[in-house]
Design a protein around this ligand. Structure first.
Ligand code: ADP
Ligand code: ADP
Length: 223
């Protein structure tokens, strides 16, 4: 049983002034519920395009995507530059999806505070985004993406703009949080270290133009 299944996905960007770009070519992928899967490959190989298509933010040129168990109804997103509402504090930003969806139940509010605690943000609940470091802002956006019951979490280079030390630190925290929440995570990165540290499965995308984007799968047993 899969939560998302991609069959024969192609994506071509048409350009008026130059040749078309084949961003994705014949991608087949089955995403299992609860797995942490990383997609790696050099810049321009189509990782973000693939993630956007899985996230319903873009359409494939051809091919199909099937979602099961409401995976397409709710998805959490974390991008490289998280956008926080500048006039809302840390807790209010993290709570925002619950407010929008009118799901501010006692249970959800308690869960939110637990997540803030896990992310090391308990003492900064009333801080405004401008008072936070880059790493802390990314933590807020991760908690925000986890605050409601989206079974699928999509992350595109969430720590790409951070220094190596902060990045290692946040990866450890992300792993801890993931182990508690057991969501399906699709994580895009160009760092093999990051991918192997975090994932159950790594998909390596080729960047050779015109080639079938055959993805090499590496299964990593968890300790
Ligand atoms: P990655 O995330 O691996 O760096 P992308 O998915 O961003 O790769 O891009 C894949 C290819 O598609 C690149 O050659 C890029 O220039 C091209 N591309 C991405 N988005 C667009 C777009 N909106 N219009 C035209 N070409 C695009
Ligand atoms: P991160 O590793 O999340 O990027 P930094 O390395 O910038 O955070 O900061 C390290 C520590 O400094 C944080 O974990 C936090 O305890 C503290 N800190 C960061 N920003 C602030 C702030 N605006 N006010 C008080 N303490 C802060």
């Amino acid at each position: 049983e899969y939560s998302v299944e991609l069959k024969g996905l192609n994506k071509v960007y048409s350009n008026i002034l130059k040749e078309d770009t084949i961003a994705l070519k014949d991608i087949n992928l089955q995403i299992r519920p609860g797995e942490f899967i990383s997609i790696i490959g050099p810049s321009g190989c189509g990782k973000s395009t693939l993630l956007r298509i899985i996230g319903n933010l873009d359409k494939p040129t051809s091919g199909t995507i099937e979602y099961r168990d409401g995976a397409d109804q709710q998805m959490g997103f974390v991008f490289q530059d998280s956008v926080l509402l500048p006039w809302k504090n840390v807790r209010q930003n993290a709570e925002f999806p619950l407010v929008i969806q009118k799901k501010q139940t006692k249970e959800n509010e308690e869960k939110l505070d637990e997540l803030l605690e896990l992310a090391g943000l308990s003492e900064f609940k009333t801080a405004l985004p401008r008072e936070l470091s880059g790493g802390m802002k990314q933590r807020v956006s991760i908690v925000r993406a986890l605050s409601y019951d989206a079974p699928l979490l999509l992350m595109d280079e969430p720590f790409g703009a951070l220094d190596a030390l902060t990045r290692d630190h946040l990866n450890e925290e992300l792993l801890k949080i993931w182990q508690k929440t057991k969501k399906t995570v699709i994580f895009v990165t160009h760092s093999i270290e990051e991918a192997t540290f975090l994932s159950d499965r790594v998909l390596v995308m080729s960047a050779r133009p015109g080639r079938v984007k055959e993805m090499v799968e590496i299964d990593l047993p968890r300790p």
